[in-house]
Design a protein around this ligand. Structure first.
Ligand code: KG4
Ligand code: ZN
Length: 344
């Protein structure tokens, strides 16, 4: 079975082909980041228009990369939500139409399930069950995963997602959108202990997160440290980035430890854009060593949005006999716990 996967939920057009026998045989990605950077964030209308321009050429490129023709494709998977409604509609309409023309089934995939299953594309893939920490630009969630579709939400952010907090703080530090990775680079040059940021919601039980206060805390620190010309010196910029990043990471680690204790699981999966963060990975490795467990990640390229994770998640569910009917419907909001379990 060979599945074409199409991702268009936000600002990346991703197209990939997953082959049951050979694994991932094509992976094409176009990022709109440069286009949105001028506006300091994603402009939904521009995102939709760009997906329209890019999706079909990427489908063609993916087929060429894998040396396949449309006849070789057994199903088309596409991101049906959550995400920007216009952007989702572009991918869904194209995917649904291709499946109709090629006379193969189509399936609307949940974007966060795509992220959650992305580590399955790696050589070191996790076995079920595990705890998943999903940390992207739109979501921060801790999920108890018994199998594909057997998800229990243990906790989530009550305000900004971790990636969103990175991006907003990066903006305050004068970095372009999305500034998560650039802030992490600044943080590498920062000195520990000069500033101490709070670890929100860690002083009470529970597995929810709150990151919006950290951005305000960063804004106050920046204002308090401007020089007489209203400029933040480079070292202070790096030190604030370092303190902010460490506060987010420590908070995530404290909650991961709790989630592992609560479930009794020994395996932790981290996925979503923020899981590309090197310091987070280093600190999680240390945590899992202490807990005598194991941590699993997608390769950095598959931490952020991509078509490969959608092709893979689509493959798992299409193989299970699921498919979406002919209508094109997307779900900008879609709790992952509503997904059917593939094993009862
Ligand atoms: O999963 P993703 O590509 O898109 C969503 O589904 O939201 O995640 C993008 C988020 C952005 O907020 C970006 O700044 C953040 O992931 N990000 C990082 C790093 N790389 C990407 N945050 C911290 N450190 C990084 N190295
Ligand atoms: Zn994502």
């Amino acid at each position: 079975m060979r599945i074409l996967g199409i991702e268009t939920s936000c600002d990346e057009t991703g197209v990939a082909i997953y082959d049951e026998q050979y694994g991932l045989v094509a992976n094409q990605l176009y990022s709109q980041i440069e286009m949105h950077a001028d506006y300091g964030g994603v402009v939904p209308e521009l995102a939709s228009r760009d997906h329209i321009r890019k999706t079909l050429p990427l489908v063609q490129a993916a087929l060429e990369e894998a040396n396949l023709i449309p006849n070789d494709i057994d199903g088309v998977a596409y991101t049906a939500g959550p995400g920007l409604v216009g952007a989702l509609l572009v991918g869904s309409t194209i995917a649904r139409s291709l499946a109709y023309a090629w006379d193969v089934p189509a399936l609307g995939v949940h974007h966060m399930e795509g992220h959650l299953l992305a580590p399955m594309l790696e050589e070191k893939a996790p076995e079920f069950p595990f705890v998943a920490l999903l940390v992207s630009g739109g979501h921060t969630q801790l999920v108890k995963v018994e199998n594909v579709g057997k998800y229990e939400l243990l906790g989530e952010s009550i305000d900004d997602a971790a990636g969103e907090a990175f991006d907003k703080t990066a903006k305050l530090l004068g970095l372009d959108y999305p500034g998560g990775a650039a802030l992490a680079k600044l943080a590498e040059k920062g000195t520990a202990c000069r500033f101490t940021f709070p670890r929100p919601m860690t002083d009470r039980p529970g597995l929810d997160f709150s990151f919006s206060g950290l951005k305000t805390f960063a804004a106050n620190k920046i204002n308090a440290n401007l020089n007489s010309e209203g400029i933040l010196d480079e070292q202070t910029r790096c030190d604030i980035a370092h303190a902010f990043q460490q506060a987010v990471i420590d908070t995530l680690i404290i909650k991961c430890r709790r989630a592992l204790q609560q479930t009794g699981y020994k395996r932790l999966v981290i996925a979503g854009g923020v899981s590309a963060n090197k310091q987070l990975r280093a600190d999680l490795a240390e945590l899992m060593q202490q807990l005598k467990g194991e941590v699993f990640y997608p390769r950095p390229q598959f931490c952020t949005d991509n078509g490969a994770m959608i092709a893979y998640a689509g493959f798992i569910r299409l193989k299970n006999g699921e498919q979406t009917d002919l209508s094109v419907s997307v779900k900008p909001r879609w709790p992952m716990t509503e997904l059917p379990s593939i094993i009862e």
